[in-house]
Design a protein around this ligand. Structure first.
Ligand SMILES: [Zn+2]
Ligand SMILES: [Zn+2]
Length: 407
């Protein structure tokens, strides 16, 4: 039956509609190739332009036929056009998020819902819709509009939309990051648990626990505590398991390029936090381990050192890239993006901004340089300097200094 059904459906499509399908399909394939390339070399503004063209082409082809009743009657063909358009919207949204163009992301969603551009039911039933909706609300909040409760509700029910779609994991991961940045830790933990169940990735959950502890509980007790208050023991047991797994995974080399480099900063912070509850002889070892994670982080990001630290775009040959004058390591695609991640709490849901990372990067660059050329005495002096900066970052990062370490 299947074959026959397909053949008769195809017959109902006129030659003109067929030509439109081919035109859209060709554009989609072309875009897919370019999209992949852009992803790798991170020329996302170019990808965004191309995707906008793709959307317009699909829209033009759709309008051409929509007045014809045979076309409207042919639901599979009509659906195909709408789906193609939505996927292009979804890819465009991803690109705009990547380059942190949140005003652009808001525009994309609002354009989609402009009169005449949408057949409500179709879009809302599509599995692309909840993803677009969630990103729209995050973009609104990032632009100082929107409502956090709406966003939290949408993020919590995101997983319940008709099974596992392509965007689900990315949406949960990004939303958890955003919720941590805005200190909605309980909501971030809900998403972290969903992700752990989905793909056994414990990083978002572990990070949420850690940040919640550091921001909400730690300031109440500060350095005074040598053991944990009873009520937080369960959190620490959960966290201990989650972080223990992360460290183990990392030490077994199961981590490398696929992981967010910032995860290493989370591990460093966790180890550093633990040293306060450990015996004196273990303390030195733990500090060393924490510094080791920071070093691994710096090595990892040095592999992509020409990428903007804010949006990961890299400059083309003709473009000038901005380099931080403090550390002479961090690069930026624009002055806006340099400002965006300077302050604390600005980096990807982490509590580090470049302001606190900058001296560490500078000290590391100097030590590495000396290590290649310098004399022994100078190398060890610079190494001590780097380690001091690391410990300062660990005690001063993640918003701890003001609340806990009253100097
Ligand atoms: Zn940038
Ligand atoms: Zn810097």
């Amino acid at each position: 039956m299947g074959k026959k059904g397909k053949r008769s459906r195809r017959k109902a499509v006129t030659a003109a509609v067929q030509a439109s399908i081919v035109a859209v399909q060709t554009k989609i394939e072309e875009l897919n190739v370019k999209f992949e390339e852009s992803w790798h070399i991170n020329l996302s503004s170019q990808a965004a332009d191309e995707l906008r063209e793709g959307i317009q082409l699909t829209q033009r082809q759709l309008l051409k036929h929509e007045s014809s009743s045979t076309f409207r009657m042919n639901l599979p063909t009509w659906t195909w056009f709408v789906k193609s358009k939505l996927i292009a919207y979804s890819n465009l949204m991803a690109v705009e998020f990547d380059r942190r163009n949140f005003e652009g992301a808001i525009q994309i969603y609002e354009n989609l819902f402009q009169k005449g551009n949408i057949k409500m039911k179709m879009e809302i039933l599509s599995d692309v819709f909840p993803s677009l909706q969630l990103q729209y609300h995050e973009a609104l909040l990032r632009q100082g509009k929107g409502n956090i409760d709406t966003f939290i509700t949408l993020s919590k029910v995101r997983i319940s939309y008709g099974g596992k779609d392509d965007n689900l994991e990315g949406d949960l991961f990004r939303s958890a990051n955003f919720l941590r940045t805005t200190k909605h830790f309980d909501a971030a933990i809900v998403l972290g648990k969903q992700l752990e169940e989905l793909n056994a990735d414990i990083e978002p959950l572990a990070t949420s626990y850690l940040e919640q502890y550091l921001v909400e509980y730690y300031p109440k007790f500060g350095r005074k505590i040598k053991s944990l208050p009873e009520s937080f023991e369960n959190i620490f047991i959960d966290m201990g398991d989650a972080f223990g797994n992360m460290v183990e995974k990392y030490n077994n080399g199961g981590f490398d390029t696929s992981v967010d480099p910032e995860t290493l900063l989370v591990l460093a912070q966790w180890i550093y936090l633990l040293h306060q509850f450990s015996s004196d002889d273990k303390e030195i070892m733990m500090k060393k381990e924490a510094i080791g994670f920071i070093e691994d982080y710096l090595d990892l990001i040095s592999k992509v050192e020409t990428h903007c630290r804010t949006c990961t775009q890299t400059a083309t040959e003709s473009e000038v890239q901005l380099v931080c004058s403090g550390c002479r390591v961090a690069c930026y695609c624009s002055i806006d993006h340099q400002r965006m991640t300077w302050k604390k709490e600005a980096v990807k849901g982490m509590r580090f901004g470049h302001e606190v990372l900058c001296p560490v990067m500078k000290a590391y660059r100097k030590w590495r340089h000396a290590n290649h050329n310098g004399d022994h005495e100078r190398v060890s002096r610079l190494r001590r300097r780097f380690e001091r900066e690391c410990l300062y970052l660990l005690s001063d990062g993640m918003g701890l200094k003001d609340k806990c370490f009253k100097k």
